[in-house]
Design a protein around this ligand. Structure first.
Ligand SMILES: [Zn+2]
Length: 96
């Protein structure tokens, strides 16, 4: 099997839903930002997800979820050399 064929198969394999499992709405693939937290650090991950046009539910492939877990683990262990530092996060307490 050549590389192109394999990629094509993976494309088809990673479409688990035709419809939103929550509301039955139409699903489109989009690039979204997912915020991951590990320990006190957060990472913003740009990732492709299937997003419901109706309720906004995001569906991630198993592959993507595995990546999330790895990133969280790296954050917790502060193994962040290959992450790009893009800003700071702040904690704000509001009392009202
Ligand atoms: Zn939906």
């Amino acid at each position: 099997m050549d590389k192109l064929e394999k990629e094509d198969m993976m494309k088809h394999a990673k479409k688990p839903f035709d419809q939103c499992p929550v509301c039955g709405g139409e699903i489109v693939e989009k690039e979204v930002e997912k915020l991951l937290r590990g320990g006190v650090d957060t990472a913003v991950v740009k990732v492709h997800a299937d997003v419901c046009l109706h309720c906004g539910e995001r569906l991630y492939s198993q592959e993507t979820v595995k990546h999330f877990e790895k990133i969280r683990e790296k954050l917790e262990r502060r193994v962040v050399d290959d992450f790009e530092l893009v800003g700071q996060s702040f904690q704000v307490a509001i009392s009202c």
